[in-house]
Design a protein around this ligand. Sequence first.
Ligand SMILES: C[S@@+](CC[C@H](N)C(=O)[O-])C[C@H]1O[C@@H](n2cnc3c(N)ncnc32)[C@H](O)[C@@H]1O
Length: 247
Amino acid sequence: MKEYGPTTFGDLHADEYDALHDPGTTDACVDLIAELAGTREVLELAIGTGRIALPLAARGLSVSGFDASPEMLQKLREKPGGEALQTWVADMARFDLGQMFDFAYLVFNTLYNLTSQQAQTDCFQCVAKHLRPGGQFLVEAFMPNRERFENNQAVRTKKVSFDSVLLEAAQHDPVAQTIHYQRIRFTEDGTSLNPLPMRYVWPSELDLMAALAGLRPVARWGGWQKQPLSASSNMYVIVYEKPATEA
Ligand SMILES: C[S@@+](CC[C@H](N)C(=O)[O-])C[C@H]1O[C@@H](n2cnc3c(N)ncnc32)[C@H](O)[C@@H]1O
């Protein structure tokens, strides 16, 4: 049986990532990270094809990043300014870049691509080791919504056209906090499958992972425009800080 691993996302999506994965919030995300990071040295975890890192670098920020997928990094390097960024192939649950940064970020639900609590906790530990005192870590992800499931499963019709149908099937495990997605495309040529397993994290659990790594929350929002984080928020943007001096 095939296993979903750290490189699988890139294997499946590198070629069409930019065309099909636009959350519509890129400019707002870049604005907020630029405001928070200022002139400090920045690290993007799971940098992908540079959707956020390249516009930040174009504004003069010093941005580096890593990704598990060599294919995603290759797409980044093919873009204007891509060769100038320092990049590594690395796993966000166990990275050691031999360098320190002042600001790190992990956006677009990508923490959830680590599908166990242990791997997510390890990710925070790695980030803390790469932050200078006073350094910050921003995490953005969707707020889990149980109402999207009936009996912990959901099937949605994503797109119907004359010669194809795109469906999304999802199975939710509220104990493990996992959602296993499968996008199924039917065309005249056959069927294709596109899996995506995720483990979601509530803000309270995120705070605990951060605390275990010695980081404390300094800002929490329900959107890129600094909307308050509330019961009706469908996403969170939370910023953690490594104390400037040891307690
Ligand atoms: C949704 S994309 C986000 C890319 C980019 N940060 C953005 O916002 O456009 C998820 C990225 O995470 C990478 N990824 C998945 N698992 C990873 C892991 N364990 N370590 C590092 N990168 C990983 C994928 O290769 C992919 O580039």
